[in-house]
Ligand binder design. Structure first.
Ligand SMILES: [Zn+2]
Length: 420
């Protein structure tokens, strides 16, 4: 397939714009980027009037909360934990997880997120796990499925389930990983056992951590490393930042959630100043939007409000190539480098709100939105064309998630959703 004559933005090694440029896709991978490429009898995808860029990489998202959109708009982190983990989680059945994960993944794809890390702490039973995985596979998105034990307590650990999801290893578009409760929510002993297990199985680890002490504790127990991604990091000391940097660990900032729920100022600038590879994450749609455009703007605004000097190009890199690197996937996705996977997004540059495009990188970061996403490819397969998802039953997915939303709200004593 030849994506022809687009305004192409590559993100590696630094974001740059190429006008009137083609992208040649062969067997699901990017074969070449250049002007006037000879494509033989390849299918032509006309990108005239389109901004063409790598698919976005969401480094941290609880996809199962796709059914809980805006249930807690005013929540602080404490409120969120009480409501979502305390009251809502226990009422989820496996079929609710399927409906929610499918809806959440489709929403991400529709908005141009082609890779996400699903930090999935809804593993109440093995059937819940299978439901989450089935939905991710069905959606057509590229996913890291990060399994969290059913709870943070030592006796909630399910090593057998971690082994099950890790075998037979990466298959298709889904890669297994460990979503660790870590020493913030659980015990250091459980963390040690988790790290040992993940490293035995070759799984990357990600954990929520804020404030002081978590990184230092992991360091004292020899648990830091390049396979560990820290989510949030608000309030990390300089010493913690240095320890993460020295270990090769990475970071995922959720700028919208952190600003709104009161985690503290997003640490985007500090992570990057310490040389830590940093991606962006939606985290949850219970109180923030689920698309990368909103995240880019939240990161950009929060950093500069605090006096930081983040640029639009740096924000776009975090949303793509750097996010991929934070997940250890930069050899596969996040850029248009030949040999990488053809995960590509095309935006309609002539849309209201986006035209005129003086500066394509600036326009993507400051002006574009999900409504401008015309075409999305994952591994060379077109999953969205002319503004509509293809090959999936979105109407059926809506019916499923609507039924689940109503039942979950009822079971948890919340008002029923009014529409959808
Ligand atoms: Zn989270």
């Amino acid at each position: 397939m030849l994506i022809a004559n687009g305004t192409v933005i590559d993100t590696d090694p630094e974001p740059r714009v190429m006008i009137g440029t083609d992208v040649l896709v062969e067997d699901g991978t990017i074969a070449a980027v250049g002007r006037g490429l000879d494509a033989g009898d390849a299918e032509i995808l006309d990108a005239t009037g389109r901004i063409v860029l790598p698919g976005f990489v969401d480094t941290h998202r609880h996809v199962w909360q796709g059914v809980l959109r805006s249930v807690a708009a005013d929540a602080t982190l404490g409120d969120y934990l009480d409501l979502v983990l305390g009251r809502l989680t226990p009422v989820f059945r496996a079929e609710d997880v399927y409906a929610a994960n499918l809806w959440g993944a489709l929403e991400a794809l529709d908005s141009g997120i082609t890779t996400l890390c699903d930090w999935s702490h809804i593993q109440l039973t093995p059937a819940h796990t299978d439901a989450a995985l089935d939905a991710l596979r069905e959606s057509g998105i590229r996913a890291v499925f990060a399994y969290a034990h059913p709870g943070p307590g030592d006796d909630s650990r399910r090593e057998d389930e971690v082994r099950r999801i890790a075998s037979p290893g990466p298959s298709g578009l889904v890669t297994p990983a460990l979503a660790a409760w870590g020493p913030v929510y659980g015990s250091v002993e459980a963390a040690e056992a988790d790290w040992r297990l993940a490293r035995e199985l070759g799984l990357r680890i990600s954990l929520h951590a804020t404030g002081t002490g978590a990184v230092e504790r992991l360091h004292r127990h020899g648990l830091l490393g390049p396979d560990v991604m820290f989510v949030h990091g608000n309030g990390f000391t300089d010493e913690a930042m240095r320890l993460v940097a020295d270990s090769g660990g990475t970071a995922s900032v959720a700028p919208a959630v952190e600003s709104q729920m009161g985690h503290g100022r997003p640490e985007t600038g500090r992570f990057r100043a310490f040389g830590i590879t940093t991606g962006l994450g939606v985290d949850t749609v219970t109180d923030t939007p689920g698309d990368m455009f909103a995240l880019m703007r939240a990161a950009f605004a929060a950093e500069r409000a605090g006096g930081g000097s983040l640029t639009a190009a740096e924000v776009l890199r975090m949303a793509t190539a750097e996010g991929a690197a934070a997940l250890g996937m930069d050899d596969l996705v996040g850029s248009l480098r030949p040999g990488g996977q053809a995960d590509i997004v095309m935006l309609r540059a002539g849309d209201l709100g986006l035209a005129p495009v003086h500066d394509p990188i600036g326009a993507v970061v400051t002006a574009a939105g999900p409504a401008n996403v015309d075409t999305v490819l994952v591994a060379g397969r077109v999953v969205k064309r002319e503004g509509r998802l293809v090959g999936v039953d979105t109407r059926g997915a809506l019916d499923l998630v609507s039924r689940s939303a109503e039942r979950i709200a009822g079971a948890a004593g919340l008002p029923a959703p009014v529409a959808g």
